[in-house]
Design a protein around this ligand. Structure first.
Ligand SMILES: [Zn+2]
Length: 594
């Protein structure tokens, strides 16, 4: 394994600023000495994600994840540990030594190669569209001009044209020293059937480069100029670099506006995205293809939780939009829906009715719940008892999709009121669909409050640990009275064990040493949670120490008494008088000292 030396890792973490790094993904607001934000890893309406600049860690009190800058990047960018360290090192200007075992993996090497040829190919297609003289290129330019796509937009999206030749791109890339093998791996050429050699995948088409969020071209889509040219759109196949359903077309250009307006309009195709964008609708992105995937939704959620789905009403679109809506709701997004009329898409709508009418339609977006209600009404005849029952079950299943309890309760209420279903009926049916029966029955009893059972150890243990992490000097003091075995079993005890090990080696251990000591995310998250415990609770450390150690000792004695009592009962049952006397003496001794 290509291990990066520890001192290099420490240097990288020292020179990185977690506030700056996380600030690239979610809006941080100062809160005392810390920063707060909406968690990028789960959906929430009030911020429970805390970034601590002093300790250089983050922790989410909502979903429980936590760690340092490396851990954040691993989670957010789906990187392996060495990749995340290198990413940070690059930013911080720290040299990470390349060792023979640490060379880029073959797959990383291939991905980087495809990125490079994609950039070359995009530039080649773009140049052709701008300067080509052939009749086909002129048709493409006229097509774009006719739709109002100006030069600025062509440049911004690096739109291009693939010449009407079998090997224009292939020849060009080879002239730039790229191997056929790599071009083929990138999906830009296709092997000839029954013969040797390759030909260009994209020919006589307008090319739309598909970028990742960092504006690097990962794939291409291409539109035919005439109906006779086969499929209207063809796309890059999946490659080592490109997986379908992981990108949103245009989001690399609109992400800032999406974040600022806290809303994204999701459309289907390239032109559906480009046309409104040209007319000043800046918070828009295209899903490219059928239903939205979880990966795409996670990408969107980095910038907003509010989605307006804009779709046309053709039959193929209907099932895709319903699948997209289900996934969006399951992922806890807030969704509104705009349906355009038959044979209309955003592109044609804006050309025929103008952008003001388009914006008006966006404002008239219906809530997800109403959309579903209307949709199922068209699917089932609610005047028959059978249809009504099917309709009801579908609606309840829809309500059960959302992970947000408050939203769920609100929808349940709407269903009950709008369709005059009884409380009991809605409740019983919903409970079949949801695991959190307590929550729902609480709602129907009218309390509306949700109770969460804490899986963590007693507050005293956690507070004491937080103290250890704030100032390791308290560890020494505690070691005179208690040991790891006195803490509740589980992750908290594991953390204490880790601290005891570190404290043995040196009294000068840091939070990062402790995080590095554990290689499981669950224990790391306990550490970051404890570090993130509000300063307010630790203003009087000596008091916290005495109270918590006292509480743990009491707990320890209680357990000891319990064990003795059990032994006494056993001795009684066995009529073992000698043992019984000994145990009773021990018990009295214990009572005196406690
Ligand atoms: Zn979270």
């Amino acid at each position: 394994m290509g291990l990066i030396p520890n001192d290099v890792i420490n240097k990288v973490i020292e020179r990185s600023d977690i506030v700056e790094i996380i600030g690239n993904y979610t809006a941080l607001k100062k809160a005392g000495r810390n920063f707060k934000a909406l968690c990028p890893f789960h959906n929430e309406k009030t911020p429970s994600f805390v970034v601590n600049p002093d300790k250089q860690i983050f922790h989410c009190f909502g979903c429980g994840v936590g760690g340092n800058a490396v851990g954040f990047l691993m989670r957010q960018e789906h990187l392996e540990f060495p990749e995340a360290v290198r990413f940070l090192a690059n930013k911080a200007g720290v040299q990470v030594p390349e060792t023979s075992s640490d060379e880029p993996s073959p797959s990383r090497h291939l991905r980087e190669g495809i990125l490079k040829i994609n950039a070359l190919a995009a530039a080649f297609f773009h140049e052709k569209l701008l300067t080509g003289h052939e009749a086909d290129v002129k048709t493409a330019r006229d097509y774009l001009k006719g739709r109002g796509v100006n030069l600025e937009t062509v440049k911004k999206f690096q739109l291009g044209f693939a010449p009407n030749e079998w090997d224009a791109l292939l020849k060009y890339l080879k002239s730039r020293g790229v191997s056929e093998e790599l071009i083929h791996s990138g999906g830009l050429i296709i092997a000839r059937e029954g013969k040797s050699g390759f030909y260009d995948r994209f020919r006589n088409r307008i090319v739309f480069p598909i970028a990742d969020i960092q504006n690097r071209f990962v794939a291409f889509g291409a539109r035919a100029m005439a109906d006779s040219d086969g499929a209207k759109y063809i796309n890059s196949p999946e490659t080592a670099l490109y997986t379908k359903g992981q990108h949103m077309f245009g989001l690399q250009l609109t992400k800032a506006a999406v974040g600022k307006l806290d809303r994204v309009i999701v459309v289907e195709g390239y032109m559906d995205m480009i046309m409104p964008y040209i007319h000043g609708v800046e918070n828009i992105a295209a899903s490219l293809g059928t239903a939205l995937t979880v990966d795409q939704i996670r990408l969107i959620r980095r910038y907003t939780s509010n989605v307006v789905m804009l779709f046309d009403t053709d039959a193929a679109g209907q099932s895709a939009i319903n699948r997209s809506l289900d996934t969006l709701i399951e992922q806890g997004m807030n969704v509104r829906v705009v349906m355009l009329d038959k044979d209309e898409d955003p592109d044609s709508f804006i050309r025929s009715s103008g952008v003001d009418a388009f914006r008006k339609r966006l404002e008239q977006a219906v809530s997800f719940f109403d959309f579903r209600l209307n949709w199922f009404k068209t699917q089932y005849d609610i005047n028959t008892s059978e249809g009504k029952s099917q309709f009801f079950n579908k609606m309840v299943a829809t309500i059960a999709l959302t992970p947000d309890e408050i939203v769920q309760a609100d929808w349940a209420k709407q269903l009950k009121e709008k369709l005059k279903f009884s409380d009991t009926l809605v409740r019983e049916q919903l409970n079949k669909f949801t695991k959190e029966k307590l929550t729902l029955s609480d709602y129907f009893r009218g309390s509306g409050e949700t109770k969460k059972v804490s899986a963590c150890a007693s507050a005293g243990e956690e507070l004491l640990l937080a103290l250890f992490l704030k100032d390791p000097a308290w560890v020494k003091a505690a070691q005179e009275h208690i040991g790891p075995e006195d803490f509740s079993e589980g992750q908290v005890r594991r953390v204490v064990e880790g601290i005891w090990v570190l404290a043995q080696g040196s009294s000068d251990w840091s939070t990062h040493d402790l995080l590095a000591h554990f290689n499981d995310e669950a224990t790391q998250s306990v550490v970051t949670k404890l570090i993130s415990i509000e300063e307010g609770k630790l203003t009087d450390p000596a008091r916290v120490f005495l109270d918590c150690v006292g509480q743990i000792q009491k707990e320890k004695q209680k357990k000891a008494r319990g064990r003795l009592m059990e032994a006494i009962h056993q001795a009684e049952a066995l009529q073992d008088i000698e043992k019984l006397n000994k145990l009773r003496e021990q018990f009295n001794q214990l009572l005196k000292t406690s």
